[in-house]
Design a protein around this ligand. Structure first.
Ligand SMILES: Nc1ncnc2c1ncn2[C@@H]1O[C@H](COP(=O)(O)OP(=O)(O)OP(=O)(O)O)[C@@H](O)[C@H]1O
Length: 266
């Protein structure tokens, strides 16, 4: 069911990375059940947006700025992680090679990178972590060190980590990059299953082929600004992408999936 009140609302958000002002009074919101893809060229601000949504980055203080996440503007990062699971390359790169697959999933309970001796896991959490591993298709790999897993397997464990709290929203950052075709298609199918199970997906990507047909809204970001935002059928066009990337792009669509090809020079 689509709720009227946005579950995530950013209003007049100004944000910096280092000395760069990435967003200048950005306004963007997300509703439950409205799956969204966010596209934009390198440097558009996609990763910065993810960090704002996951509470890793705070906006510059301003009286007119609102960041409301799941109905609260006084969220703490631990509570937030129960609502929003993130699967990102950033996370994938931060895991040490020796951490077992199961520990990657378990670490989601503490939102840590790996597990530590002082952390306590109850039998329910162990069982759930194993169930999740099976659910995301890596139940037979739980003892394997992370560094020995393929990119696709690692990404499945990270998805498992994101699922431990059964969050309402899953955020994916280029989820299929580096995956071969069967792994890519299988991962896409897992994402589609999660949407069918009621999760709301936010997808940040350059790769049009990884936008599942269920995603109905597309946001185009460029230079920290929203240049288009609306229903996929209206926003995702050859003309819009040509303008976004500043080069001729031809879009093809088959069975609800898209692919971008070099367009003819005009
Ligand atoms: N630590 C930093 N210091 C200074 N500028 C930064 C820093 N991190 C990012 N930026 C700048 O912020 C802007 C937005 O970066 P961001 O990583 O959010 O873009 P992106 O859309 O995710 O790019 P990509 O597609 O390449 O991952 C870019 O201009 C980038 O150069």
């Amino acid at each position: 069911m689509i709720e009227r009140t946005p579950m995530i609302e950013l209003r007049n958000v100004t944000a910096f990375k280092g000395n760069s002002k990435v967003f200048d009074r950005l306004t963007l919101s997300f509703r439950q059940g409205r799956h969204t893809a966010i596209l934009g060229p390198n440097g558009a601000g996609k990763s910065t947006l993810l960090k704002l949504l996951s509470g890793e980055l705070h906006p510059a203080p301003d009286d007119e700025t609102v960041v409301s996440l799941f109905g609260s503007d006084r969220w703490n990062v631990w509570e937030l992680r129960k609502h929003l699971g993130v699967v990102s390359h950033d996370l994938q790169h931060r895991y040490l090679e020796h951490v077992s697959g199961l520990d990657v999933i378990l670490s989601g309970y503490y939102a840590s990178i790996g597990t530590y001796d002082h952390q306590r896991f109850g039998s329910e959490q162990w069982i759930r972590a194993q169930e999740i591993a099976h659910m995301v298709g890596v139940g037979n790999l739980i003892t394997r060190p992370f560094g020995t897993l393929s990119t696709g397997e690692q990404r499945r464990f990270l998805l498992g980590r994101a699922l431990v709290h059964d969050p309402a929203v899953l955020v994916f950052d280029e989820p299929t990059s580096g995956l071969d075709l069967p792994a890519c298609f299988a991962y896409l199918e897992t994402m589609r299953k999660l949407m069918r199970a009621g999760k709301t997906l936010l997808l940040v990507t350059h790769h049009l082929h990884e936008i599942p047909p269920e995603i109905g809204r597309v946001v185009l970001l460029k230079g920290g600004r929203v240049v288009a935002d609306g229903p996929k059928v209206q926003v995702l066009t050859s003309d819009a992408l040509t303008s976004l990337y500043g080069m001729p792009i031809e879009l093809v669509q088959i069975n609800g999936f898209y692919q971008a090809l070099p367009g003819a020079k005009r």
